[in-house]
Design a protein around this ligand. Structure first.
Ligand SMILES: Cc1cc2nc3c(=O)[nH]c(=O)nc-3n(C[C@H](O)[C@H](O)[C@H](O)COP(=O)(O)O)c2cc1C
Length: 279
């Protein structure tokens, strides 16, 4: 059976063209979150649960953040203030604990597969979160994924009381936009869509991609430099190197580390990028 009312290709393209990451939301006059109508909340949670899932397991959990003090602490731990003010805020987690408990309850021992847990747990979590955000966008909201959870992972495990087998992937906020950002660019399609076999981009194609992407790094009237931004995240001494030991520690703490005891412990202490695009 196909979709009840198939959209035209133009309508689908227009819908995805309207996507914007939004970090400033409309609030109540006192600055507290504007609640979603119950039917809207129900529809987006339903969408999250309709996501396909590996091996039928649904290896994810979403922690819905409602209490102002929990929202505020999550905002501080992740350096993303909109976690406190968005209409809805979630922490999207891989979760293999529930599956292990079902096995236990039925008298079966859970196997040892920490790498597979991370692989399919994060996959399931992303699919549920993406369904949720897309449903919200269909209802007229916008949102923001927050990879900044890696800035305060240990604190977040404590705050949300996440047991072994559960690992945050990212947070997700959504609400009615109180800002109108421009559409942000993407690299030219041949760099990400390959046909039949992987093809490395040529240096010219990479240069073209950088030129296309530069506006995403512009701040005010300062022109953007995407390669510089990528360097701040992924370069030597960049934010991702700073996050690496914290993620390894969290994987170990949650029983999801598949490497040896000594691996992954190098500790480059570097500042992490914050603010717009801090993700
Ligand atoms: C996994 C993930 C993590 C992200 N983390 C953050 C973040 O911590 N803070 C933030 O402001 N934006 C974050 N973003 C939003 C990206 O910066 C944004 O999607 C990107 O710049 C493209 O913009 P667009 O979504 O408006 O097209 C994240 C996005 C993703 C998918």
């Amino acid at each position: 059976m196909s979709a009840p009312h198939p959209l035209t290709p133009e309508q689908v393209t227009a819908f995805y063209d309207a996507h914007r990451t939004v970090r400033l939301y409309r609030t109540q006059p006192d600055g507290s979150p504007l609640p979603l109508p119950e039917a809207h909340l129900e529809a987006i949670l339903h969408a999250a649960q309709r996501a396909p899932t590996d091996a039928t397991a649904q290896l994810y959990s979403l922690i819905r953040l409602t209490r102002p003090e929990v929202r505020a602490q999550a905002a501080a731990l992740t350096n993303n203030a909109h976690l406190a003010t968005a209409s809805e805020a979630f922490v999207v987690c891989a979760d293999v604990r529930r599956t292990a408990r079902v096995l236990e309850l039925s008298g079966r021992a859970a196997g040892h597969w920490p790498a597979v847990a991370v692989h399919f747990g994060l996959g399931d979590a992303v699919m549920a979160g993406t369904n949720l955000l897309t449903a919200a966008e269909l209802l007229g909201y916008q949102g923001c994924w927050i990879g900044g959870v890696l800035n305060g992972l240990d604190g977040l495990l404590d705050l949300l009381k996440l047991p072994p087998g559960v690992l945050p992937f990212a947070a997700l906020t959504l609400g009615l936009p109180a800002e109108a950002p421009p559409q942000r660019p993407r690299v030219p399609r041949p760099l990400v869509i390959h046909t039949d076999e992987y093809r490395d981009a040529t240096p010219e194609q990479l240069q073209e991609a950088v030129a296309v992407m530069n506006p995403i790094a512009a701040r005010g009237d300062k022109p953007g430099d995407w390669a510089r931004l990528l360097g701040a995240y992924f370069g030597v001494g960049g934010g991702m190197e700073g996050r690496e030991p914290h993620l390894v520690a969290a994987l170990k703490r949650q029983g999801l580390w598949a490497g040896g005891e000594e691996e992954g412990t190098r500790r480059p202490a570097q500042p992490e990028p914050t603010g717009e695009n801090a993700g």
